[in-house]
Design a protein around this ligand. Structure first.
Ligand code: SAH
Ligand code: SF4
Ligand code: F3S
Length: 480
């Protein structure tokens, strides 16, 4: 349902798999718990990668671990409080371990670490290391210092050096590929400063990786069996990485380069800003077959007054115009968005304007949130805060419209044949689950096990609120 399967919420994406053994070195164990957006999921795998050469293997619970890292998110209300209560549990665990003569190093990474800095250790002395998103390549050194009794280790500067360049080279990365789909961060940070948002403060200003490095990483993912790559960035379509001539290349150009890599069958990107949907990117949707017909383009509100106060730098009409251009390029594109209800000063008329925009566009799915004041952002101190009950009521009305649209879109797929990339087992025995080009979950009963990790044609038999069900088109099965 919109707003309930949102990747920004407490994803709890604890890393389930174990990294391969690190040879003869004594094995140490690390548990990384991930909250928040896909960029954090990506960063967690990179932290595991950087620790692997030090002899650290992944484990799936803090009880088993020598080092626990909480990779945190700051986007939601009480985000920091939730981290502190998790740290309370780790304090008890550490005391237990110490009483058994064992140790535990506790690190906090991610956006809460960046926002709170040294304050974390004052409030939670169990914390040995506070490390911001730009410093993960320094993690082995920080863990070693903590292991030697170092205290008060805080790394939350935005160093000039490129963290991506300092992370291990692709061929040394063992944990990167964990199945047929992967995230690849191509851009970090944000210069937009929407008045409700902490990201420009926690992730710093925009930075784009060079095309050649991204292409190397994509090739190594392809070799490891990845079929679908989702390019990540807080503002992914503001991408302007260097090409081989040292000139800034756009996301459209990068997508064309990556589409040439054998083995990579599908490309996606998230999250985009309406102002950065340029002609080259829109043309890529028309011309690059591997670019999936799905676009997550947050609009936040349909009221120009509210968009202005949010500093979104676009109007509702501008957004609708972009949507029209994208649809002209790729008529079947599935659209997704983010919405905030109850931004300070939002009137009933402003809210209705958002509903009108939703009706006009027709979304295949969406995420929606009640406005929550984030300390340090301009909107948090505005006087006209909307009462909680009104926010809840508007969110409910908004979500019931979005739910209707999502279900209608899913039902409209019945009878069609869609290519599905099977990336996980289902709950029922013999069931596989995959993703359609439009990012819907597709369930296939009595599925041949060898289909896991493969792309096949599926005839959709039924569409539901949150998923599709289909059967294999046996004669046309397209195994890649
Ligand atoms: N860079 C992306 C996403 C940023 S955070 C973008 O520009 O779209 C993801 C979503 O969280 C935002 O799109 C917004 O809808 C929501 N969000 C961010 N800050 C919020 C806040 N203070 N209150 C409620 N929702 C918020
Ligand atoms: Fe936040 Fe706005 Fe930047 Fe998105 S574009 S990360 S919402 S400031
Ligand atoms: Fe959360 Fe930071 Fe991502 S605040 S949404 S983890 S960029």
């Amino acid at each position: 349902m919109p707003g309930q399967k949102n990747p920004m919420s407490e994803a709890d994406a604890a890393r389930p798999d174990k990294a391969p053994s690190a040879g003869a070195a004594p094995q140490k164990k690390i548990f990384i718990k991930t909250y928040g957006c896909q960029m954090n999921v990506y960063d967690s795998s990179r932290m595991a990668d950087v620790m692997a050469p030090e002899g650290y293997v992944d484990v799936s619970s803090p009880e088993e671990a020598d080092v626990v890292i909480l990779n945190t998110c700051h986007i939601r209300e009480r985000a920091a409080e939730k981290v502190y209560s998790e740290l309370g549990r780790l304090r008890d665990l550490k005391a237990d371990k110490v009483s058994r003569g064992e140790g535990l190093i506790v690190g906090v990474a991610g956006c809460v670490a960046q926002a709170e800095g040294a304050e974390m250790q004052r409030r939670a002395p169990v914390v040995d290391i506070v490390v911001g998103p730009q410093s993960y390549h320094r993690l082995p050194g920080l863990v070693a210092r903590a292991g030697n009794g170092g205290r008060g280790i805080v790394e939350t500067e935005f160093p000039v050096e490129d963290k991506f360049a300092s992370l291990p080279a692709p061929e040394r990365r063992k944990t990167l590929a964990r199945g047929p789909t992967a995230f690849l961060t191509i851009q970090e940070g944000c210069d937009k400063f929407c008045t409700f948002c902490v990201v420009p403060y926690t992730r710093g200003s925009e930075f784009s990786r060079p095309i050649a490095r991204i292409a190397d990483e994509a090739r190594s993912l392809a070799e490891a069996g990845v079929r679908e790559i989702t390019l990540l960035g807080q503002n992914v379509n503001a991408y302007h990485g260097e090409d081989e001539n040292g000139r800034a290349a756009s996301l459209g150009t990068l997508i064309r380069t990556l589409a040439d890599i054998d083995g990579i069958e599908r490309l996606r990107y998230t999250t985009s800003h309406p102002r950065d949907m340029d002609a080259e990117l829109i043309a890529a949707h028309a011309e690059v077959g591997k670019l999936m017909p799905y676009l997550h383009l947050p609009v936040q509100s349909g009221s120009d007054e509210i968009l202005d106060r949010m500093n979104r730098q676009h109007t509702a009409e501008f957004y609708l115009d972009i949507i029209a251009r994208v649809r002209a390029a790729r008529p079947d594109i599935a659209l997704s968005s983010d919405f905030i209800v109850g931004f300070p000063g939002e009137t009933e008329a402003d809210f209705e304007a958002t509903l009108t925009l939703i009706r006009e566009v027709g979304f295949a799915q969406a995420y929606s949130f009640k406005y929550s004041p984030r300390p340090g952002t301009p909107a948090a101190t505005r006087e006209e805060q909307v009462p909680e009950e009104l926010k809840a009521e508007r969110l409910q009305r908004l979500q019931s419209l979005l739910n209707e649209q999502q279900e209608a879109f899913n039902k409209s797929c019945a009878g069609r044949t869609l290519t599905v990339l099977f990336d996980r087992r289902g709950r029922e025995p013999g069931q596989l689950v995959g993703r359609s080009p439009y990012l819907q979950s597709v369930h296939l009963d009595h599925a041949p096990a060898h289909l896991l990790g493969e792309i096949a044609d599926v005839r959709i038999e039924a569409g539901f609120a949150n998923s599709l069900r289909g059967r294999l088109v046996a004669s046309e099965a397209a195994f890649v």
